[in-house]
Design a protein around this ligand. Structure first.
Ligand code: NAP
Length: 273
């Protein structure tokens, strides 16, 4: 059984990022935009900022009052978007309900779109072409490829249909010639479907919900979720101890997908410099 450690992959990406940055002007900046003081967003921002700065990226935070109007935020967003020194943008989500997310997504320069919110980038990915997709599914693919897991012709089941995880990951896996099934909360006989798959990606956000009865012998298991168990300890959607008795490879939580995700921002940032 192989534990798919995120750090190994994140460190390799970090080296690539640092070496690409050597030739870039230090004025180039990665902008993290936040509206309000949501705790999870502030934590994610601080952690991403630390990791990306360590890779040599000039990260700048732009934070706005949680009560900002839609038009005022849009004007500020346009300014950041058109700033020539800003080469990449991460907009922290979820946005307050008064902010028109579609207008922002349509406005962001697709080349600066680090977390795949631009419809143009999703369209390109649907065509099987290069285009920034959300960082989490890209991190999943980096792990699978980084550990040389065979993808061509394999049956991959994704338990999540959100744009930011399931739908985007489906596009990436299709490009790798997987046969992809997307499941969700209304899927019937989920266990029957997941237990036939070569690769199963769990991302529902429910602590230790899935045990080894959900997979076949030798399956590759990717656990995307970051939850807390009843003792407040971080855990994924999988009962790790049970899964390891049957899986051929599995990502731990913490230490799996999450570790790679923020470094994908760096990868997307340097690719257009
Ligand atoms: P989301 O929008 O709430 O999506 C959850 C998905 O799970 C939905 O498609 C939902 O189905 C499905 N689902 C919920 N309960 C289910 C059940 N009992 N059986 C089958 N499917 C079920 O969440 P998200 O933003 O995609 O994030 C998903 C998870 O990934 C969260 O735990 C989040 O913490 C984690 N995440 C991790 C990272 C990382 O870097 N590791 C980054 C982003 C998110 P419906 O569509 O029918 O509701």
């Amino acid at each position: 059984m192989v534990e798919l450690k995120g750090k190994l992959i994140a460190d390799r990406i970090k080296e690539e990022v640092s070496s690409k940055l050597e030739k870039a002007p230090s004025s180039y900046e990665l902008a993290i935009i936040r509206i309000g003081d949501n705790n999870d967003q502030v934590t994610y921002e601080n952690s991403a900022k630390k990791k990306l700065s360590e890779a040599g990226i000039n990260v700048q935070s732009y934070s706005f009052d949680g009560n900002i109007s839609n038009d005022e935020f849009y004007e500020n967003f346009k300014q950041i978007n058109s700033n020539e020194n800003v080469k990449g943008i991460l907009l922290l989500k979820p946005l307050p309900s008064n902010i028109d997310e579609i207008r922002i997504a349509e406005t962001i320069n697709p080349r600066k779109d680090l977390d795949g919110i631009s419809p143009y980038n999703f369209y390109k990915a649907c065509q099987g072409k290069e285009g920034n997709l959300p960082c989490t599914p890209v991190a999943v693919l980096e792990i699978l490829k980084g550990y040389n897991i065979e993808l061509k012709g394999k049956n991959a089941v994704i338990v999540n249909r959100s744009l930011v995880v399931g739908k985007s990951l489906a596009m990436l896996l299709l490009k790798e010639d997987c046969t992809v099934t997307i499941c969700h909360s209304k899927t019937q006989n989920l266990k029957e479907i997941t237990s036939k798959a070569d690769i199963v990606i769990f991302a529902i956000g429910s602590p230790k919900k899935f045990d080894s009865t959900y997979i076949k012998e030798g399956a590759v298991v990717i656990d995307v979720s970051i939850n807390q168990d009843e003792n407040g300890k971080l855990c994924g959607d999988c009962d790790y101890e049970s899964m390891v008795t049957k899986a051929s490879a599995i990502t731990p939580v913490p230490g799996g997908v999450g570790v790679v995700t923020s470094m994908i921002l760096g990868k997307h940032f340097v690719q257009n410099l």
